[in-house]
Design a protein. Structure first.
Length: 263
């Protein structure tokens, strides 16, 4: 819990001079169906029918928890596109009310200090990346399509263009739907596993599944990156927003985030 703002956050240690964490559903101003079990929710997604003013208030709380700096988000489209943010974008986010989006893409990278990068999820995998020596950070949204397309590897490539080295990069793979729960048709599992063998899985009840956190972790490890996992399943754990859980219940839900910044 971040005392100054009341948001619920799971810290990630990505090295000196880097602040990083994953939010849960709690600590915002959004009512049901975007609420947390304990009260109003920290819904950070603008595309889930919540009031935009409430979402921007929740994002302001997120920035306060990060140390009073703005957080940039992409309009995520399940691609492998990386959006680099430089000095122009830093000025844009600090000039006034933060823009709602940095553009269409599923990864953000920056070497700018005091500019947060955020990745929105509600079952997909949030990935935080940092090379504290080179002073470069990144985030990636790794859903089924993005994982198969190698979005985390594209983010690493963009970081390398800014001086990062994979053997110095630290990665945190955040809460997501787990392989025991993410049931998919067998053909779809085989298609994704052909590109990412580490994602091959079975559900707890013995049907075809995908383990996207394992697949993403395997991709990063193979690239030489040190990886840590927050092993909490968003479908099973009601502390998190879950698109699959909400769909089963016939409703909608919010989006939590992974966030990283150079400070």
């Amino acid at each position: 819990m971040t005392a100054a703002t009341g948001i619920d956050a799971i810290p990630a240690d990505l090295g000196e001079g880097v602040r990083a964490f994953f939010t849960t559903a709690a600590g915002g101003v959004s009512p049901a169906p975007w609420a947390a079990p304990s009260g109003p929710g920290l819904n950070l997604g603008l595309n889930v029918s919540d009031d935009a003013g409430r979402v921007r208030a929740n994002r302001a709380r997120l920035g306060a928890a990060l140390g009073g700096i703005p957080v940039a988000f992409a309009h995520q489209v399940h691609s492998d596109r990386v959006i680099p943010l430089g000095s122009r974008e830093h000025s844009r986010w600090h000039a006034g009310p933060p823009p709602d989006t940095a553009g269409d893409g599923d990864a953000l990278v920056t070497a700018e200090r005091d500019l947060g990068l955020g990745v929105l999820v509600a079952d997909c995998v949030p990935v935080l990346l940092a090379d504290p020596a080179a002073r470069v950070v990144g985030v990636a949204h790794a859903g089924r399509k993005g994982t198969a397309a190698g979005v985390v590897l594209r983010a690493l490539e963009s970081m390398a263009e800014r001086g990062a080295r994979p053997d110095r990069v630290r990665a945190a793979v955040g809460p997501a739907v787990c392989g025991r729960c993410y049931e998919v048709p067998e053909e779809l599992r085989d298609e994704v596993a052909a590109a990412v063998p580490g994602a091959f899985a079975e559900t707890a009840w013995g049907t075809p599944a995908l383990d996207l956190p394992a697949g993403v972790g395997a991709q990063l490890s193979a690239a030489g990156v040190a990886v840590t996992h927050v092993r909490r399943c968003t479908l099973e754990d009601e502390a998190f927003f879950s698109h699959r859980r909400a769909t089963t219940r016939g409703t909608i839900t919010g989006r939590q985030a992974g966030v990283v910044a150079l400070v």
